[in-house]
Structure formats: structure tokens, C-alpha cells
Design a protein around this ligand. Structure first.
Ligand SMILES: [Fe+2]
Ligand SMILES: [Fe+2]
Length: 293
């Protein structure tokens, strides 16, 4: 398969915004903070739990090959990517502290501190992978986050649900915007380091088949740990609602796009969406200007 570099449309370096959210202030978060929806609250909590260790791993995967990047523009984009992902992990950890205190025990599983024994074990495991496979896994994960981010930022229904917990909504909107801003960086670093199509597509087949069932099982387990959620009829109805709703319906088809030889993240044009949300959140009257440190 071809190793030719794609022509990329995204060339600007992602801007790192140093944010500080205040979860649980002045009002404490409701236990089912996604508008009382048990399934959506547990799903959001588990995604938030997975982000910090996942994003730290993405950063390490880019650093592993950074010596092979000669292009100064790509170097700057990689630095922007690393800065944005580090900040996402830091702010999600603050939310995850609250979620653990609120009674989401599964959030504790990937909630380990940088430098902890569990993190060291994860680093040892990922170093067993060839650097390009590690980076291909990051590029695949970035496609997932891009598709989810686009859904969060385009769905009035998801915005309405999120607005019941404004600080969580603000975190998710900021994170979603930056996922779109840096959506092609890991992909382009992968290509620039000589990564080919066979490994890129092969690595994606694992989450393509397994991610949604794995996450569904984790959400089910998380709900079982929450005695206030033991309402089978309501949970079943809400689970069907999530599967048929704007976050998940059609997601598999969007993930499949990535399996096409020659695919590039910029094939999916998100620039108008990015500009709209940059203005909304960080423009002259931006909603999140007071959250920038
Ligand atoms: Fe992120
Ligand atoms: Fe990302």
C-alpha cells in the first residue's frame, strides 16, 4: 500500500488554552448529571474516566517518533496537540475526582496519578508495541474522538441535555472543539514517520469491532454499582434512547470511513463547525473566556 504523504488542509498549529473548570461549584453536581438520564450519565462518567490515561498515552505515542519529524510546521502542530491533550487530561481529572466522590466507583479504575505504579505498568505495556503501532492506535482513537466531538457540537438535543450541568457542558464543548482542531495531527505524524496504510487500517479494526460492545458492557457494570440506578425498566428505556440517539446512532458507519484506503481526517470537513465554536466559546464575547487562566 502507498506510503505517500496525503495533501493536508489542516496546517495551523492547535492553540493550547490553559483552562480551569470548577466542578460542583456553587451547586454540587447531581448524581445523574446528564439531565437525570442514568445511562448517559454513566457513559459520560466512564468516557471522562478514560480520557486522562488515554490522552497521556496519545502524547507518549507522538513523543516516541518526534525525533523523526523534520517538517517544522508538523513539529509545531505536534506540540499543539501535546499541549491540548495534556490540558484535557488535567481538567478531566478534576471532574473525575468529583465523580468518584459522587459514587461512580468504576471511574476509579483508570483514575491513576501520573507517576503511579499503575501508570508505569501501562507505559511498560505500551512500550512493548512498536512505536508506529502505538501511534496508529492514537490516530484511530483520535478518529473516534473526532466523530464524538462533531456529534456533541452539532446536536441541539445533546447540548440541551448537557446544559443541565453547565460546568460539565463547558468542559465537554471545550474538549470537543479542541479534538476537532487537532483531529489530523496524530494521523499526519504517523504518516510522516513512515506509517503505512496496512498497519493504520489493521489497528483500527480492533476498536471498530470491539469499542461499542466494550463500552456498553462497562456502562452496564457501572450502573450495577449504583444502587440509585437499579430501575430496570427506566434503564432499559434510556439505553435504547442512547443507542438510537444523536451520540451513538450511525457512529459505526462514521468509524468505518477510517478503514477506507487513502482516508485522511481532513476528508471530513469540520472547519465551519470549528470556526463557529471558536467564536462562541473564545471569541470577543466567548462563553468560556472566564475559564481561561
Ligand atoms: Fe482530548
Ligand atoms: Fe485528541
Amino acid at each position: 500500500m502507498s506510503k505517500t504523504l496525503p495533501s493536508t488542509r489542516t496546517t495551523g498549529a492547535p492553540q493550547v488554552r490553559r483552562m480551569r473548570f470548577r466542578f460542583g461549584e456553587p451547586e454540587p453536581l447531581n448524581r445523574h448529571f446528564a439531565d437525570g438520564d442514568i445511562v448517559l450519565s454513566h457513559l459520560t462518567a466512564l468516557l471522562s474516566a478514560a480520557f486522562p490515561p488515554g490522552e497521556d498515552s496519545f502524547v507518549r505515542s507522538v513523543r516516541r517518533v518526534s525525533g523523526e519529524i523534520d517538517d517544522p510546521v508538523l513539529k509545531k502542530r505536534a506540540a499543539g496537540f501535546i499541549g491540548q491533550e495534556a490540558m484535557h487530561g488535567q481538567q478531566h481529572r478534576l471532574l473525575n475526582d468529583q465523580l468518584v466522590a459522587m459514587g461512580y466507583p468504576l471511574v476509579r479504575v483508570p483514575h491513576f496519578a501520573p507517576g503511579s505504579r499503575r501508570e508505569k505498568a501501562l507505559i511498560r505495556a505500551e512500550n512493548l508495541l512498536p512505536a508506529r503501532v502505538h501511534l496508529a492506535a492514537t490516530a484511530a482513537a483520535e478518529h473516534f474522538t473526532t466523530m464524538l466531538a462533531r456529534r456533541v457540537l452539532t446536536s441541539p438535543e445533546l447540548q440541551s441535555i448537557a446544559s443541565t450541568s453547565p460546568e460539565v457542558r463547558d468542559l465537554l464543548n471545550w474538549h470537543a472543539l479542541e479534538e476537532l482542531e487537532h483531529k489530523s495531527v496524530a494521523f499526519d505524524v504517523y504518516r510522516a514517520s513512515g506509517g503505512g496504510e496496512l498497519v493504520r487500517i489493521g489497528v483500527m479494526t480492533i476498536p471498530y469491532v470491539g469499542a461499542i460492545p466494550f463500552i456498553a458492557a462497562a456502562v452496564g457494570l457501572s450502573i450495577l454499582t449504583d444502587p440509585t440506578a437499579w430501575r430496570p425498566v427506566r434503564v432499559t428505556r434510556q439505553a435504547v434512547g442512547v443507542l438510537r440517539g444523536p451520540l451513538v446512532k450511525g457512529l459505526q458507519a462514521e468509524i468505518r470511513e477510517y478503514l477506507r484506503p487513502g482516508f485522511h481526517p481532513d476528508d471530513i470537513d469540520t472547519e465551519p463547525l470549528v470556526r463557529r465554536w471558536q467564536e462562541e466559546l473564545f471569541g470577543s464575547d466567548g462563553e468560556l473566556l472566564d475559564r481561561v487562566r
